[in-house]
Write a protein that binds this ligand. Structure first.
Ligand SMILES: *Cc1c(COP(=O)(O)O)cnc(C)c1O
Length: 361
């Protein structure tokens, strides 16, 4: 058996140790005589898996007691609707648009209520962040929504650019959660679909300040009400049990990597060597994003000669390097270098890219 070097944007690579442990435990989890997939979500075995996953996540991210951790379903896309359904409360919300995902969040929220675009960088093709002067905030907004890492455009908001604006900050962290330390207290709500940096698709993580619970109108469905989900510890109905179990194994793996500070250092080095390869290719490859907000997780790039795209992908595949085709909306290439993508994998990618440029340049 041989595994590929996997640069898929999502669902994405998982740590091999996690997959091996899941394999070992698949027929009989810790003497339960069945797999995690086959046990009651209300039994003591699964309850212990959920409690451990939450405890490990709280430790990794330093989540304070006044925040509730929810393991939901529906993906980040469902959150685009669930957030305004719960938090708008008849008011208006501000959105900063820095790429395709925050743009989609606006579109979905507009179906629910009043939304203002406080800033957008679409005119710059989402290759930079808005300046402070460009951001026009409503001081009475119910919340301010940002996407802290735009998976398609490769734009990441550095922590020091996240300022307190006086209204609750809501962040889509789907594609860079757990990749670096984060100050949870700056946020009212953090959410992420699992399939990039947490585990398999089907789990959606919501970290919400308790002050934001209980604001939903009684007309929304109970499964969509954060307060109901929080009261029931994510167990109003059957949660995505197997996904939560795998996420829990990923959290334990992260702790063994030295937690978020440990993985942060590896991620910084991975991004450094990949951007260096692109920037030093003599424009054979280019990444259009402003260097002060280049994503450390998703690295889009184009070949100067788009006629070489097909050969690039075919040769990459032959070298065991997969998942590089860019998103259909922007074209070109994209390497997603999430936590589970090792420095060895990125080194293999860089070697391939250098070799390809030498042969075709
Ligand atoms: C992938 C992604 C989404 C959509 O996630 P789903 O789980 O497919 O709904 C939303 N936001 C960001 C930043 C993403 O990377």
């Amino acid at each position: 058996m041989s595994r590929i070097w996997n640069f898929s944007a999502g669902p994405a690579a998982l740590p091999e140790e996690v997959l091996k442990q899941a394999q070992e435990e698949i027929l009989d989890w810790h003497g339960a005589g069945c797999s995690v997939m086959e046990m009651s979500h209300r039994g003591k075995e699964f309850m212990s898996i959920l409690a451990q996953a939450e405890a490990d996540l709280r430790e990794l991210m330093g989540i304070p007691e006044q925040y509730k951790v929810l393991f939901l379903q529906g993906g980040a896309t469902q959150q685009f609707a669930q957030i305004p359904m719960n938090l708008l409360a008849g008011r208006s919300a501000d959105y900063i648009v820095t790429g395709s995902w925050s743009k989609k969040a606006v579109k979905e929220a507009q179906r629910i209520g009043n939304v203002r675009v406080a800033a957008t960088t679409e005119a710059s093709n989402f290759t930079r962040l808005p300046t402070a002067e460009e951001i026009k905030l409503d001081p009475f907004a119910a919340y301010l929504h940002v996407c802290t890492n735009e998976t398609i455009h490769g734009v990441e908001i550095p922590a020091e650019r996240i300022a307190d604006t006086g209204v609750p900050l809501v962040a889509d962290m789907s594609s860079h959660i757990l990749s670096r330390p984060v100050n949870v207290e700056k946020f009212g709500l953090i959410y992420a679909g699992a399939q990039k940096n947490i585990g398999p698709s089907g789990v959606t993580l919501v970290i919400i300040h308790r002050d934001l619970l209980g604001m939903a109108p009684l007309t929304i469905p109970t499964v969509m009400d954060y307060a109901v989900m929080a009261e029931n510890d994510s167990m109003l109905n059957t949660p995505p049990t197997y996904g939560i179990y795998i996420a829990g194994l990923v959290f334990q793996w992260l702790k063994k990597q030295g937690g978020l500070a440990g993985i942060d250092a590896v991620n910084a080095e991975k991004a450094r060597i990949l951007y260096e390869c692109i920037d030093q290719s003599g424009s054979f490859y280019t990444n259009p994003v402003d260097p002060d907000c280049r994503s450390r997780m998703n690295v889009p790039f184009v070949l100067a000669d788009a006629g070489l795209d097909a050969a690039f992908l075919a040769d990459a595949k032959a070298a065991g390097v997969l998942g590089l085709k860019g998103h259909k909306s922007v074209g070109g290439m994209r390497a997603s270098i999430y936590n589970a993508v090792s420095l060895a994998a990125v080194t293999a990618l860089v070697e391939f890219m250098n070799d390809f440029a030498k042969r075709k340049g």
